[in-house]
Design a binder for this molecule. Structure first.
Ligand code: IMP
Ligand code: MG
Length: 178
């Protein structure tokens, strides 16, 4: 276990099982529909990669890079889209793929931005982790693999200052005087 991890919350096997189930869910939910999966970089990466390998229906993938205001106390500015999509999503079904939803401020903004700018048929959210206690705006993912308590976690895409995304499990971050 990494020295900055207090305890493992969800182990590798549990995550992989849950992502298999999520892939099957996408298959049944979007069968016969034009599906575009949009991953939110960088955190989506491990979840996204594993999710698409568990999806059997035809789909297109794309990515967006968004800077959120995590770590600052108030959300005075809008999230900044530093890399937009390159695929055409008009009249298609969009599934935004993220590693964790906390306040939901970023995702709510992204969802509305995509809806207004590109007129897709639908924009839903699939997430590996959901912290419903952290919500500042109302937003429900259509699918979540795990609901977790309101603690700072790392691993499987979740970072602390850009690091620890590579941990093959989700762990509670160990706060330390630095
Ligand atoms: P929010 O839902 O707009 O608050 O932002 C979600 C983003 O904040 C995620 O994509 C992560 O980048 C980051 N985030 C929220 N909670 C955690 C956590 O527990 N660990 C690491 N990053 C987090
Ligand atoms: Mg993220």
């Amino acid at each position: 276990m990494h020295e900055r991890v207090e305890k493992i919350l969800i182990n590798t096997e549990e995550i992989q099982e849950a992502i298999k189930k999520a892939g099957k869910w996408v298959d049944s939910e979007y069968k016969g529909k034009d599906l575009v999966l949009i991953g939110l970089l960088k955190g989506c990466l491990p979840f996204f990669g594993q999710l698409i390998s568990n999806i059997s229906i035809d789909c297109i993938i794309d990515f967006m890079s968004v800077s959120s205001w995590k770590g600052k106390t108030t959300a005075q500015t809008l999230p900044l889209i530093t890399q937009g999509i390159t695929e055409n999503i008009k009249d298609k079904h969009v599934l935004l793929v993220d590693e964790i939803i906390d306040s939901a401020l970023t995702l709510k903004y992204i969802r509305e931005y995509l809806q207004e700018k590109y007129k897709p048929l639908s924009v839903e959210i699939i997430t590996l982790l959901d912290k419903p206690m952290g919500r500042k705006v109302s937003l429900q993912p259509i699918y979540k693999c795990f609901e977790i308590e309101n603690k700072f976690v790392v691993g499987y895409g979740c970072d602390y200052q850009g690091k620890l995304r590579n941990l093959p499990y989700v762990g509670i971050f160990k706060e330390e005087k630095e």
